[in-house]
Design a protein around this ligand. Structure first.
Ligand code: 2AL
Length: 261
């Protein structure tokens, strides 16, 4: 099967780092195709960065090689539900995947993320995914996303300290890494912390394999049906659903919805 791993930020070196984590866990029959967004921010560290990243992700799903599943490789899961609307192939977000993986191996976890200003994004995801009973706390380290890749940076040590505090003060039993750029840290941290440390990139790849293996596709009868055809104006006119989604697909969706009612 082919899984396309999309980095919604425009930093290609981060895509490579994520790709290594993905390929390390992928099954022998899985091809992981990497894509770096061609538009948007170099790193995603706020609501504006997130909102503007979504078009780049949509471009990567609609253009280029077709995949059996897509993974959005940013911990805010930006545009996850929009992405699910535009394809029948499963689309997974790394935050959702990481939190679910954590619940299989621990009853509680804390999320260790990057800048303080991204804390609310993670807290909102915890609520959206119904993880309030599992997530003890979201911890920000104030490490900027791109700092994670800098040789000689103190990011690793800061993150390790924060994880130790999470285990001690939050009574967390597992750590969820709150950034795709931390994908290479899971093993390093696990060896020192002796608890499960979950990288969402690896988790999403394995869940994608499982979902494709079960032949599950995204439901098209309700909330995640293809977008309704209507005019889009201005800079976004090229994204008008009628231009992008074959009528045959939308008809199929409509038929399924009628059968259901
Ligand atoms: C992220 C991430 O995973 N990639 C990115 O650019 N920003 N998330 C985060 N919390 O900083």
């Amino acid at each position: 099967m082919r899984i396309k791993l999309i980095n919604p930020n425009t930093t290609a070196s981060m895509t490579e780092l994520m790709g290594e984590a993905a390929r390390a866990v992928a099954a022998p029959g899985t091809e992981v195709v990497l894509a770096t967004s061609r538009s948007g921010a170099a790193s995603i560290e706020g609501h504006y960065d997130e909102a503007l990243s979504v078009l780049g992700t949509i471009d990567e799903i609609l253009e280029g090689s077709v995949a059996d599943a897509y993974v959005i490789g940013c911990f805010g899961d930006p545009g996850l539900l929009a992405a699910r609307e535009i394809t029948g192939a499963p689309v997974l977000g790394i935050a959702e995947a990481a939190m679910h993986a954590a619940t299989f191996v621990a009853t509680s976890f804390s999320i260790v993320t990057t800048l303080e200003r991204t804390r609310v994004i993670s807290e909102q995801l915890v609520n959206n995914y119904g993880m309030q009973n599992h997530c003890r706390r979201v911890r920000a380290t104030n490490v900027p996303v791109l700092e994670l890749e800098k040789p000689g940076s103190s990011a690793r040590a800061i993150i390790l300290d924060e994880c130790e505090e999470a285990l001690r003060d939050d009574r967390a039993e597992a750590i969820v890494l709150g950034c795709a750029g931390m994908a290479d840290l899971a093993k390093y941290l696990e060896e020192r912390l002796h608890v499960p440390v979950i990288d969402g990139v690896a988790a999403a790849i394995k869940f994608a394999e499982a979902i494709v293996g079960m032949r599950l596709r995204t439901s098209k009868v309700g909330d995640l049906a293809y977008p309704l055809p209507k005019p889009y104006l201005g800079k976004l006119s090229g994204y008008a659903p009628a231009k992008l989604f074959p009528a045959s697909e939308r008809e199929r969706t409509a038929c399924m919805a009628i059968r259901r009612s």
